[in-house]
Design a protein around this ligand. Sequence first.
Ligand SMILES: *Cc1c(COP(=O)(O)O)cnc(C)c1O
Length: 405
Amino acid sequence: MLERARELDAADPLSEYRERFLLPEGVIYLDGNSLGALPSATPARLEQVIRGEWGEGLIRSWNDADWIGAARRVGGKIAPLIGAQPHEVVAADSTSVNLFKLIAAALDMRPGRKVILSEPGNFPTDLYMIAGLERQGLAQRRLADRGQIAEALGDDVALLLLTHVHYKSGDVFDMAALTRAAHEAGALVLWDLSHSGGALPVELNACRADFAVGCGYKYLNGGPGAPAYAFVAERHHTALNQPLTGWFGHAAPFAFSDDYAPAPGIDRLQCGTSPILGLAALEVGVELIAEIGVERLYAKSQALSEFFLEALRQWGLDLELASQPGSAARGSQLSFRHPEAYAICQALIARGVIGDFRDPDILRLGFAPAYLRFADMAEAARHLSEVIASGEWNRPEFLQRAAVT
Ligand SMILES: *Cc1c(COP(=O)(O)O)cnc(C)c1O
């Protein structure tokens, strides 16, 4: 397997991009879906922003270094990765906060309808942000299993809120079909792209999506706690009312008026001052992913996960796959179900193979294709087989749960 892997690596047009990331020696990183790796250009860029723009430029940098335009500029660079126009995307706040703004905006656009429809097992923050509005008496949460979403779209539904690629299983929703079904029922649609943006092609406008949010620190490699992004289709820009009416969403923030007037366009989604250091790091990651190209990344991630499954079969390991068997039906990850998934994950990490565990029994391996090699797949499959065959996971230090899993 290793020999074939080396041949595939030699023929891989993306192999040169591994050097554009700083990865520790001896680590096979299968968790880029949770925290993307560090682009090698990021430290120097941050140094320049900190010492030059902040240290030297001081407050002048709001204009001279275009800090004032950073949220829109970075949003505009994310846009082509998700099938949006540059002026439809802004990089701001966390995914959770952007969910809040857009769920509330959707409720405002559909007076008389209160239901936010989602699926059980959606990413917790998506469900919790609905719950917060429910406690204010503004929303009503309804959950329907993935197969039954179209039937649950009654005339009381204001918004369909779904995560395009499921964080645990990697299952992919049919964005075009569900968006159409929601629109036919008179509802709006908000897609969470946290596990899609930068990993697989997304066509928000071709699917007629209304809203989207996504994460900056996963496949966009923006660093821990990187700003998230939000998309609003151009046709909704004038009608959009979001409740976090901070001064950066004002039409003229530096007029210091007592009364709020929303900025035209996507800027009204901004709330407070942008985190400039975070945006600078995110911009490096986004530019790198855009340079490699989402189509090529997706093709390679499919090849990597297929190769990994083949390597497991070669080792005779029969693990229960919790993801779809065909690579076209899943995102850039493979999830396996095992009662000892937590300890197996810890034993793998001790061997330098970093994946993650998702409660209660999922071992999740992400295949961020920008920096992974086929040889990493062969090696990771060998480690996983050895850990399970030898029972190596069954040690007290691997069974002990940590605070962050
Ligand atoms: C990672 C992730 C988030 C993260 O939300 P934050 O507010 O940035 O912590 C949201 N939604 C999904 C589906 C995710 O996978």
